[in-house]
Ligand binder design. Structure first.
Ligand code: GLU
Length: 448
């Protein structure tokens, strides 16, 4: 290992000792950069890596709100503005009881490279709260979002930092936060948030974007390999927005999705989740009060495997689309034993480091999250463009742009890996391609 990279990695571990997710994300990126650092001594000279692993700014704040019983509740809010070298900070907000500094720093660090890959001018950020939205009433969600924005508003703006949704934050939460921002600012600055409702500046296709983008990425990789989606079986996890969007597009392209999963188990539908009725039911199920994938199994008479993950099901392609670390070494072993050839990460960091190494060592083609799932933030970037123009593109126009962005991500990843003699390597290629643009921008802007 290159001495400079080793030194930066050691210092990240020493300075962020209780942050395993952040350490893992940094390690994956930095080890990919070995040939780049060897070729560009100017990066060490300018301490580019040391700067990249340190957020430009990190705010932590108190969020105080009242629940339906009239009791005062206190949560912790965060916004991490990781790197603003190529555009306004951009990235989602996550509301979950699992949110902590390590998770948000890993997500903000990843976002910097992901956003760079999209070809659009967006820096990297992430934020959120340890607020758990499960079981909260609509009025409680509104009061929490208003309280959260009452602090966050002073740190964001259309040219400064543009949050969006992530786990636990969808169109409803973005609406409440935008309303509060507008009330405080007294201005209609809708470029401050993305993932908005269409009626106040949202983009067509934003809900579908991550799932559709995943399939455009896969199609493009397959084109390079002389393969196609047609007739292939897909094992997916999750049942939210991303899984739904991916399933919709898989079916359109002639593939057969056979699983979905939730916190309590997975559903195996051997006939495929292929009819309009089944795909529409995914949305209905998600919107229901006690959403649970078992409902799908009951409605369509197929197997529900309580407490298990779908990775033991044989398929041509696996798409983890739920959350981080959902594929551990034992799952990777099942995937390899099943003869699966392709693995594309639609969730952020769904694979542990050892599981990912095992998949790669066994010859699977692995598409990394920061490239595969970049379609979501890419359409957020297109939403920002439309807000600046005060004009909205048609769904076909947004779709065509998303398509060409995903194709560009695949080709820049393949090209970067080849330029550095790494062969066909989508993981290291994406890290290098994402890094190059940000590093060059930082060098040109002087010390910051
Ligand atoms: N949270 C999404 C992501 O991980 C979207 C971020 C955005 O649209 O800004 O990329």
């Amino acid at each position: 290992m290159n001495a400079y990279i080793t030194r930066v990695l050691e210092s990240v571990k020493a300075k962020n000792p209780d942050e395993p997710e952040f350490q893992q994300a940094v390690e994956e990126v930095l080890t990919s950069l070995e040939p780049v650092i060897a070729k560009h001594p100017e990066y060490e000279q300018a301490a580019i890596l040391e700067r990249m692993v340190e957020p430009e700014r990190l705010v932590e704040f108190r969020v105080v709100w009242t629940d339906d019983e009239g009791k005062t509740q206190v949560n912790r809010g965060y916004r991490i503005q990781f790197n603003g070298a190529i555009g306004p900070f951009k990235g989602g907000l996550r509301f979950s009881d699992k949110v902590n500094l390590s998770v948000l720093k890993f997500l903000g660090f990843e976002q910097t490279f992901k956003n760079s890959l999209t070809t659009l001018p967006m820096g990297g950020a992430k934020g959120g709260s340890d607020f758990d939205p499960h079981g909260k009433s609509d009025a409680e969600i509104m009061r929490f979002c208003q309280a959260f924005m009452t602090e966050l508003y002073r740190h964001i703006g259309p040219n400064l930092d543009v949050p969006a949704g992530d786990l636990g934050v969808g169109g409803r939460e973005i609406g409440y936060m935008f309303g509060q921002y507008r009330r405080i600012r007294g201005n209609f600055e809708n470029g401050v948030l993305t993932g908005k409702d269409l009626k106040f500046g949202g983009s067509l296709l934003r809900p579908e974007a991550t799932g559709f983008g995943t399939l455009y990425y896969i199609e493009e990789v397959f084109r390079h390999l002389g393969e196609s989606v047609q007739g292939k079986t897909f094992v997916l996890s999750g049942y939210g927005n991303v899984t739904w969007g991916a399933i919709t597009k898989i079916v359109e392209l002639g593939g057969i999705p056979v699983t979905i999963s939730g916190h309590n188990g997975y559903v195996y539908d051997p006939d495929g989740i292929t009819t309009k009725e089944k795909i529409d039911y995914l949305l209905e199920m998600r919107a229901s009060k006690n959403a649970n994938v078992k409902m799908y199994a009951e409605k369509f008479g197929c197997e529900f495997h309580e407490g298990e993950k779908p990775w033991c099901v044989k398929a041509d392609v696996c798409i983890p689309a739920a959350t981080q670390n959902e594929v551990v070494l034992a799952d990777a072993e099942k995937i390899v034993a099943n003869g699966t050839k392709y693995y594309f990460e639609a969730a952020n960091m769904p694979t542990t480091a050892e599981a990912q190494a095992y998949l790669v060592a066994n010859g699977l083609i692995v598409g990394p999250a920061k490239a595969v799932n970049a379609g979501g933030v890419a359409v957020s970037g297109l939403e920002m463009s439309q807000n600046s123009m005060r004009y909205g593109w048609t769904a076909a126009e947004v779709d065509a742009r998303l398509h060409s962005i995903m194709a560009a991500i695949v080709s820049s990843s393949i090209d970067a890996a080849e330029r550095y003699g790494l062969g066909f390597d989508l993981i290291r290629g994406a890290n290098i391609a994402g890094f190059e643009k940000v590093a060059e921008a930082m060098l040109k802007q002087g010390l910051f």
